[in-house]
Design a protein around this ligand. Structure first.
Ligand SMILES: Cc1cc2nc3c(=O)[nH]c(=O)nc-3n(C[C@H](O)[C@H](O)[C@H](O)COP(=O)(O)OP(=O)(O)OC[C@H]3O[C@@H](n4cnc5c(N)ncnc54)[C@H](O)[C@@H]3O)c2cc1C
Length: 401
């Protein structure tokens, strides 16, 4: 016998992944509470900021199915080629979407633009009550339900509590749900910071995404509108502080020195923002009446451009599991374990692949670095390896494209 609850499902965190879960449950008949700490109108919203996101084909297909694509299409730039190289080493790889029978590998969209499409769509869901700004204060778990305690309002002065059949922690890398539920996380600080900005160069990107491994960290240039590219430049933490202090001309000169002249001269750079990088991995993201998804369960290095794509696959799989058991005990241990068993392989493979890339290219050993170059060449000339790389990058990890 299940206890009558105010909500069937409570999502803590209305960022990219929490909002994806809510939208994937449209018309499911479930009563949903979504709790988000930062006002959705605020420029300081941490999930929907200026970073440029590579959305793979699976994520783009989800946006189409959720009727959100038309709201971001004008700001989305197709990736038709991917060029991977390593500074000062032999070996480079070029992947062309057309050689794999597709028009593009995915699209680049600014996170803020995604938020402008997703948040109003969540707010319009009659079955979803938004608590925002509201912060999770505490959770108390009972046999068949949980109590959620919030601090609400801009000054967190009001308190509010309700009951729910289950809780989803989509509250990012510092997840409070994770801390309250006592779920152990493996954490590794890369001692790197990603500096992001928009840049333009003499030559147009022509829908090519460039990834360059350098001895000071990886650097990505993503096509983002006509003549503009989203830069994601990962460097040692001390170096990032210096990069942020440089004037524009000095910054561009540093970028030119690291990247070279494949795109001609870099001409302009926009506002710069820094993100400290660390790996967070919760091997068992399930606790009584609760589960973690997205960055709360696994925060990965942006080198592979997979973090949100992976979190979206969590959200979609969880929504499917919830729909399948809507008449049964939502949040039961059986249901949560069954959901997580569908996610283990994808999560582990994506984390291993991403972490391996970071370590391979910054390893001090000449032998390791040789293998890095050899791997680039192999991806260029061994069709099976290239297919595997492309299939994973498109979001079809572990299944056929
Ligand atoms: C530089 C950079 C580039 C990236 N590029 C890519 C890319 O190209 N492709 C890709 O797929 N991924 C990329 N990522 C990763 C991607 O940004 C993340 O995976 C994604 O933002 C995770 O979303 P999330 O909703 O799980 O977590 P978050 O974005 O961290 O959102 C968590 C939300 O929870 C809220 N919250 C936190 N605590 C509480 C609380 N106690 N109560 C209520 N609410 C709370 C926060 O306000 C926030 O809105 C990149 C990341 C970085 C840093």
């Amino acid at each position: 016998m299940t206890q009558a609850c105010d909500y069937d499902l409570t999502i803590i965190g209305g960022g990219l992944v929490g909002a994806t879960l809510a939208l994937s449950l449209r018309d499911s008949g479930l009563r949903i509470a979504l709790v988000e700490a930062v006002d959705r109108q605020s420029a300081a919203q941490p999930s929907y900021d200026d970073r440029t996101l590579v959305l793979n084909r699976v994520s783009c297909a989800w946006l189409h199915d959720a009727n959100l694509w038309s709201a971001v299409a004008d700001a989305a730039t197709a990736i038709e080629r991917i060029h991977v190289s390593a500074k000062g080493r032999f070996g480079q790889t070029q992947l062309r979407a057309s050689q794999h029978g597709i028009n593009e590998f995915g699209f680049v969209v600014q996170a803020r633009r995604l938020g402008m499409a997703m948040i109003p769509a969540v707010a319009a869901m009659s079955e979803c009550t938004m608590f925002c700004p509201a912060e999770l204060a505490h959770l108390t778990v009972h046999d068949g339900h949980a109590e959620v305690h919030l601090h609400c309002g801009a000054d967190s002065a009001q308190q509010q509590s309700f009951t729910t059949r289950m809780v989803v922690g989509a509250d990012g890398a510092q997840s409070k749900v994770r801390h309250i539920m006592g779920l152990p996380a493996h954490e590794y600080d890369y001692q790197q910071t990603a500096v992001i900005s928009n840049v333009s160069a003499d030559q147009d990107h022509q829908h090519c995404a460039y990834e360059r491994f350098t001895d000071t960290g990886p650097l990505a240039l993503l096509p983002h509108g006509p003549g503009r590219m989203g830069l994601v430049w990962s460097v040692a933490r001390e170096a990032a502080a210096q990069l942020l202090e440089l004037n524009d001309a000095e910054f561009l000169a540093g970028l030119q020195q690291r990247y070279g002249y494949r795109l001609g001269h870099f001409k302009r750079v926009g506002q710069r923002t820094a993100y400290p990088l660390k790996l967070v991995h919760v091997r068992e993201p399930v606790a009584p009446r609760s589960v973690l998804i997205g960055n709360a369960a696994h925060t990965i290095h942006p080198i592979s451009a997979q973090g949100f794509n992976l979190g979206l696959r969590d959200a979609v799989a969880l929504a499917q599991a919830l729909r399948e058991c809507a008449q049964e005990d939502i949040g039961s241990a059986t249901m949560l374990r069954a959901y997580q068993s569908t996610r283990d392989e994808d999560q582990l493979e994506t984390i291993r692949y991403t972490d391996g890339l970071v370590r391979l290219y910054r390893h001090p050993s000449a032998l390791f670095r040789f293998f890095g170059s050899a791997a680039l060449l192999a991806h260029q000339y061994v069709p099976a390896m290239q297919r595997r790389l492309v299939t994973g990058a498109m979001g079809y990890r572990g299944r056929a494209a």
